[in-house]
Design a protein around this ligand. Structure first.
Ligand code: FUB
Length: 327
């Protein structure tokens, strides 16, 4: 599958259908001399572009709407504009993005625009109570909006083992829980306020359950435990929570009956791609379901130079997602 954006490097694609078109909100990868490390310092992005297309099959040329937000325009940001997402409500469009603040701690910010293609004006402060990375929003059929987030290692989720308000700087890098019977750290969720600018409740930890035990997946189960890249979509009344397993490089999913979970592990969506990271979104468009993801084929394996791709998702008769290869 060739990349759908070739003139610049893009990753972590969050796709949504707005006004009958598919809009893609990716990270904007760039060249750097920073060496690969477990904290992801090599992902040193400084701005966001928005892309759109009117058709996925056949693929219509993907339009680059240009720079919609820059790190230097956000007063609280020091560096690393990582994986963003977008939502619409109240006739406005909201771009959610993680970045390190001036203390080097990842927070999540929001910027507001009048059109899906931006530009977006950032709020002066990060969302109060937000932390870690990879925000993903979901607006349910009752119009309530939720934000999902969290990422291990460079994403600092393991730094909050003492609670949502306690950042433990000694737990940097791959310092996640381990040991017999220890549960994995869960992704986080909170309802958003009606104006989409703040959290409307305490952040909750989501449980991803192992189907064979009905208990949370164990921390040592790296093939199935949550690492980063949260996404929620709903099909036929079922909530599908999907995510990356990080160091085992799978895109996996779990299903539930509420946007808060718990979700029961369901299987893999995508086998490992070329490159360390795997990150995706899932969107329904014209009655078909599409997986947006990235790999490093265009850069010939350079880990921090990724490119967005798309393929169609198929479900079986029981609603299970059929695992796809990474070609
Ligand atoms: O692109 C930077 C980070 O790499 C993202 O936030 C993670 O999900 C991983 O793709």
């Amino acid at each position: 599958m060739p990349p759908i954006i070739n003139h610049t490097y893009t990753a972590d694609p969050s796709a949504h259908v707005f006004n009958g078109k598919v809009y893609i909100y990716p990270s904007h990868d760039r060249e750097t001399d920073i060496q690969f490390n477990d904290n992801g310092d090599q992902y040193d992005m400084a701005d966001y572009h928005v892309f759109s297309t009117g058709s996925l099959d056949p693929l219509e040329p993907v339009v680059d709407h240009g720079v919609v937000l820059k790190a230097e325009d956000v007063p609280w940001v020091s560096k690393q504009l990582w994986a963003p997402d977008a939502a619409t409500k109240n006739g406005k469009y909201y771009l959610y993005f993680p970045a390190r603040d001036k203390q080097g701690i990842f927070r999540i910010g929001v910027a507001v625009g009048d059109k899906p293609e931006g530009p977006f004006t950032p709020e002066p402060e990060p969302i109060k109570g937000s932390y870690s990375i990879d925000p993903a929003t979901f607006v349910d059929e009752d119009n309530e909006a939720y934000i999902y987030f969290g990422g291990l290692w460079g994403g600092q989720l393991q730094c909050y083992q003492g609670g949502n308000d306690v950042f433990d700087a000694s737990l940097q890098g791959p310092n996640e829980p381990s040991g017999d019977g220890v549960y994995a750290l869960g992704p986080r969720v909170a309802k958003l306020t009606q104006d989409m600018l703040q959290l409307d409740e305490e952040v909750r930890e989501i449980q991803i359950l192992a189907p064979e035990t009905g208990k949370p997946i164990l921390a040592d189960d790296h093939d199935r435990r949550f690492f980063e890249a949260a996404w929620l979509h709903k099909k036929d009344g079922v909530y599908y929570f999907s995510y990356s397993t990080g160091d085992t490089h799978f895109l996996a999913y779990a299903t539930g009956t509420s946007p808060y979970g718990p979700f029961t592990y369901g299987g893999r969506i995508l086998e490992p791609v070329l490159g360390w990271t795997t990150h995706h979104s899932i969107v329904e468009f014209n009655g078909r379901t599409w997986l947006f993801y990235h790999d490093c084929e265009l850069s010939k394996g350079v880990d921090h130079l990724r490119s967005v791709k798309v393929k169609e998702i198929q479900y079986d008769a029981d609603g299970k997602i059929i695992t796809m290869s990474a070609d």
